[in-house]
Design a protein around this ligand. Sequence first.
Ligand code: NAP
Length: 323
Amino acid sequence: MRHRTFGRTGWQVGELGYGMWGMGSWSGAEDKESVASLELAVSKDVNFFDTAQAYGDGRSEQLLSRIAADQHGKRIFTATKVPPQNRQWPSRRGVPLGQVFPRAYVREYVDISRSNLGVDTIDLLQLHVWEDDWLASGELKQTVAELKRDGSIRGFGISLNRWEPWNGVKAVQSGLVDSVQVIYNIFDQAPEDELFGACRENGVAVIARVPFDEGSLTGALTVQSTWPEDDWRSTYFVPENLAESVAHADALKPLLPAGMTMAEMALRFILSNPDVSTVIPGMRKARNVESNLAASAAGPLSPELIAKLRAHRWDRKPTAWSQ
Ligand SMILES: NC(=O)c1ccc[n+]([C@@H]2O[C@H](COP(=O)([O-])OP(=O)(O)OC[C@H]3O[C@@H](n4cnc5c(N)ncnc54)[C@H](OP(=O)(O)O)[C@@H]3O)[C@@H](O)[C@H]2O)c1
């Protein structure tokens, strides 16, 4: 496993990290299978795990506790997220920080997550939604300083709303955050415009999330794909989005070099960018852990292929269904 420096924290994290939303609340999640996949990943030196209290109301954090609590003889980095108090994903513009992440509420959720994770100190505490306007309030700075001082957390980060990489640049420049988590993949290249440069200049780590665009970039979706009603993807891949996502993914297939899968191309595109500290594909199945490890081991894509993939940038605007 190649390691990369996690911004100014200096942590050496595996470039292939682990996304844990699906195992917390997507349909078809089986704890036994999820834990086996986590253990496989740890045995192959994956050491950065991204979860959230909101992923199955603590279920995903509790699954992570199976490996984080005793560290399996390795240094395992736990990253989790405080849900917004008003339970609005994404955050609504104009709603003040005090209604979303008040100090006492953040502290309460840090304790809930520490208990779920079975750790005294959370390596990286992230806010699950973000508005750069919240910087105007000094409260958050104090809360973060306090949590770091008392040993509840080591690092602090924000998770940016879908398709809004611009709405975090000020936070990066402010010195408040150690990391940003942002959607970055073959379609969503906009973080390269401003955000990544700001992160580089300020020693802020980049967690690239949703590498497969929630599934379309694995090449496995069709316009006939469906999900159970209680699976979040049924509300995201509404007919309009599913049809467009499948069309955009299909347009990539002729570019695939012999022997390369869509998932491999998607992951290696992200990892070819040195601004990325770690990429966190969602993985519940051991075979996906294995193939994503192999993609990381294969190294960057050729500059020729990257140039062709750049033309598949797809800029989208948040909608009622994008969440
Ligand atoms: N607001 C936020 O902060 C936020 C929002 C979204 C996501 N995230 C984080 O980012 C992580 C990644 O995003 P995501 O899980 O939503 O979506 P994703 O990583 O784009 O896609 C996950 C899907 O890809 C499948 N997959 C993984 N590796 C594969 C491979 N090699 N070949 C074929 N299929 C493969 C997974 O299958 P299996 O699961 O069946 O193995 C799962 O269905 C999340 O888990 C979460 O930690 C954060």
